[in-house]
Design a protein around this ligand. Sequence first.
Ligand code: XIL
Length: 406
Amino acid sequence: MNLQYPKMSNNSLLTRRRALRLGLATLTCMGAYAQGKSIARGQQAQTLEDSEREFTVVGEASLKERAAAKGLIYGGAGGFEELLDESYADAVKRECDILVVGNELKWDKIHPSQDKFDFEEGDWLVEFARDRGMLFRGHTLVWHQAVPDWLKNTIDSQNAEQLMVNHIREVAGHYAGKMHSWDVVNEALDDGEFRKTLWLDNIGPEYIDIAFRAAHEADSQAMLVYNEIGIEHDAKQREGVLKLLEELKAKGTPVHALGIQGHIWAVGYPNNVNYEELRQFLSEVASLGLKILITEMDVIDSGTPAGIETRDRLIATIYEDFLSVALDEPAVTAVLTWGLSDRYTWINSHFPRSDGLPSRPLPLDEQMNRKLAWKAMARAFDSAPSRSADCNQHCKNSVKLAGKKN
Ligand code: XIL
């Protein structure tokens, strides 16, 4: 599975080649689906064609309550305009203990011109979270997308480091003391190699270390996260991430956690996720002394069958399989989905289905009802090993930030 999708984000239409590939992959996937090809889930083999698979959940407790019962944090991404929708805001409050900002803290929104920072929507979102006793999470200080034109036109190898560090100081400084965690650097690798970005071109690979140090100076309390895409699907990406994290730790870079985005393609599943390798990877990251967050989970259902029942079963299967493996690793301390309800998802615009039907990537449907994917998540939390004994400094700060009793 390649990592094309971040590159497509400025283009909401599928290219013909991609549509063709998705079509072919769908056939492969459906082949596996029909033949009941076995997949690794934990130590067990499950079958995708198993329409008997039960997603039974006991009780009505929310995802945040089930996660918290295991010492985990569950939450989702939200944006300023989405959260003005009261039914969405209520659902977020009911299900989530942490809010991550979808787009409002990205460069193009928060730093619209060289001398101007615009914190208005970000501040509103902080208040939204605080008023509801939720933690708040920042995304993202350094990325190759959402780059404002002024920056593209100004940056050169002489000023790049200063521009980046100044941005981090201002933004992380503004929110210091309010953040559970920050995605300091997002998606620096592509297929395990340094991604060609304006930061790499103008500063060199050391931009990552510099960014983390600047973030730590600006906010010494937030958990600082290296966030990456494609880890679930690509062995080279896992190798590259591990190497990068080892190097950062060896240099004493203040990186505290790895963020695994968790945008999982349903097409090609289960062959596109190697759970044994993923387990090994998680344990190697943990052995570096890092925490792990699942930061942006959703299931991309482009190219899957139209029928809602079949689709929802496939999506739920992926949620439960993936989270069961991830949560077996004690270093995984939080799970976030990229949104909460199918009413607000980037999948519809970035990976539209060729049949024009709306995507169903998230735990709640468009009417805020709990779907099978919700049950799959609830089951994964209910059967996760408890990590409540391990409340480290970040965890204590988090508890304090949300005004909760420890
Ligand atoms: C996406 C947003 O959801 C879209 O609204 C925006 O147009 C593009 O970015 N990985 C990330 C997120 O780290 O920032 C991306 O969010 C999704 C992929």
